[in-house]
Design a protein around this ligand. Structure first.
Ligand SMILES: Cc1ncc(COP(=O)(O)O)c(C=O)c1O
Length: 466
């Protein structure tokens, strides 16, 4: 079985591997796929039905995978139960959105209380400023606005950057995902045969339907490459560089020492704004996000996912002089549901209670123990893999060397990753297949929940190598 990325449809070719490992991984995959079909018959039926009324049978193409996705009926804390009654420990946690866990008691109480007072005013509520203050204190950026998703947050931040600089073109990283608006749906996971040279990648549309001038307006560079950034910025017409401080859509890809500081220096030097897209890192990285962790101040930060405690919220925050463009009416920022009181109640409870400093530190420490346990398994079995960690997230990367950018990621052992995934999901370890995602230890994962991943991984390693 070859997994494909849902939005690009590109098959990922793994590096050649030890033939014995490859043969064992194939045998495990075949056996586990059969077991999966038997234990997820209800999910299969539900998906078949859904495919008659929804493309791929899912509400977002990211949710589709072969042979069919798990269809879920119930979630609470760190667990989910599917329509067949199978229980999973959820390590995906809504692509990292559920740092608070599924329906944290504080979030539930806040949302229930708010239901008594209504769900949508389209005029401000006091919680708007309260939540903005909480974000200001964490991210040390003075001004904030709310959106309904990460996509809207990055779209609005880019528009602000264009308004502020009076420039049009933007720069993003190859392999980076920033949501599903046109100007960033470029080179998310481009097929290498279209992607051009590694140090000067081409801009490859990630979907049909994007106008050529939009594609031309987004310049793509490799992550962790300051020389490539400087070459592009030197053109003088770049409005912004939008980048995840830590890339979290190709496993976890960390910045080289000094990379983010270099990015800050260069963007300032060439008059482009720096947007840190923290939709995925967010508050899972610690109280001040990745921004606070690395101590590099961007001009704008985009957030979503983890700040909302499972509710659809996004936000962008920025320096006073940049956000003043909205105040002056030069850049419009709009949205019927922006800052609606239901979602604000969930966000406030998440930031102020569920994911306050204490629970955040505990989840990060628990994740460190999980990562260490997995690395021990890798070392003992001599697997061609390594662990990577950031904040409360971690991953097993099926590749011996560190991944520094998208091209490195493309050389990972996808077949081994798939075998681990299908083995794990049949034992109650819930993650999407492939090499893209990472696990999240939420504030509701107890020690034994977190460590279950390492136990199942150890079983898999033993089967793969003995
Ligand atoms: C880094 C990053 N930015 C933006 C987005 C878009 O967020 P949303 O799916 O809420 O629109 C995502 C979604 O995965 C993301 O990973």
């Amino acid at each position: 079985m070859t997994a494909t990325h849902p939005t690009s449809g590109v098959a990922v070719d793994p590096e050649p591997i030890d033939p014995r490992l490859a043969a064992r991984a194939k045998a495990i995959t075949e056996r586990e796929l059969k077991a999966y079909s038997v234990r997820t018959e209800g999910s299969q039926r539900a998906t078949q039905r859904a495919r008659t009324v929804m493309p791929l049978g899912v509400p977002s193409s990211f949710q589709a995978y072969d042979p069919h996705p798990i269809v879920v009926k119930h979630a609470a804390g760190s667990r989910m139960v599917d329509v067949d009654g199978n229980e999973y420990i959820d390590y995906d946690m809504g692509f990292g959105a559920l740092f608070a866990g599924h329906m944290h008691p504080a979030v539930r109480a806040a949302v229930q209380a708010q239901l008594e007072d209504g769900t949508l005013y389209v005029t401000p509520c006091e919680m708007n400023a309260e939540v903005a203050e909480l974000l200001r204190d964490r991210y040390r950026l003075p001004m904030w606005r709310f959106t309904n998703s990460g996509t809207e947050a990055t779209m609005d931040a880019i528009r602000l950057a264009r308004g502020f600089t009076g420039r049009n073109r933007i720069v993003k990283v190859e392999g980076g995902y920033h949501g599903h608006h046109d100007e960033v749906m470029i080179s998310m996971k481009p097929p290498l045969e279209l992607a051009g040279p590694a140090d000067a990648p081409l801009s490859v549309p990630g979907t049909e339907g994007i106008a050529p001038d939009v594609v031309a307006g987004t310049v793509v560079i490799p992550y962790n490459d300051l020389a490539a950034l400087e070459r592009v910025l030197a053109s003088g017409d770049i409005a912004c560089f939008i980048v995840e401080p830590v890339m979290e859509n190709i496993g976890i890809c960390l910045p080289d020492d000094g990379y983010l500081q270099g990015v800050r220096t260069l963007t300032t030097q060439y008059g482009a704004l720096l947007i840190f897209d923290e939709v995925k890192t967010g508050i899972t990285a610690g109280m001040g996000g990745a921004t606070g962790h690395f101590g590099v101040e961007p001009d704008l930060v985009t957030l979503a996912k983890s700040i909302g405690g499972g509710f659809p919220v996004g936000a962008f925050g920025g320096k006073q002089e940049v956000m003043d463009l909205i105040t002056a009416g030069r850049v419009l920022h709009l949205g019927t549901y922006n800052g609606n009181p239901l979602v604000m109640a969930a966000t406030k409870a998440t930031l102020a209670e569920a994911c306050a400093a204490g629970p955040t530190a505990e989840a990060i420490a628990r994740n460190e123990r999980l990562v260490a346990a997995c690395q021990k398994v890798i070392d003992a079995a001599g697997l061609p893999a390594h662990t990577v960690t950031f904040g409360a997230k971690g991953c097993v990367t099926w590749k011996r060397d560190r991944v520094r950018n998208y091209r490195d990621y493309k050389t990972g052992y996808l077949d081994l990753a798939f075998a681990q995934w299908i083995h794990g999901i049949n034992r109650g370890v819930m993650l999407p297949p492939g090499l893209d995602e990472q696990w999240l230890v939420s504030v509701m994962h107890e020690e034994s929940d977190a460590m279950r991943y390492a136990d199942v991984f150890a079983e898999f390693a033993a089967e793969l190598t003995t």
